[in-house]
Design a protein around this ligand. Structure first.
Ligand SMILES: [Zn+2]
Length: 60
């Protein structure tokens, strides 16, 4: 196989595996961290955002 193509495939594989691992870590963290609910609509949101993702209400 063309060595350039082979190296490119290796990079793609590494990126794909790394992305899957990162997503798994993200799911694990979201599952472990207690859900933070919006003060306005009471739907689950994230403290990482200054405003609710659903209704846009500012979070304390
Ligand atoms: Zn809300």
């Amino acid at each position: 196989m063309n060595p350039v193509v082979r190296d490119g495939l290796e990079v793609l594989m590494a990126v794909a595996v790394g992305g899957m691992l990162w997503q798994a870590v993200g799911r694990l963290r979201r599952g472990e961290i207690r859900v933070y609910r919006c003060v306005s609509c009471a739907r689950p949101t994230s403290r990482a955002y200054a405003v609710c993702r659903h209704c846009g209400a500012p979070q304390p």
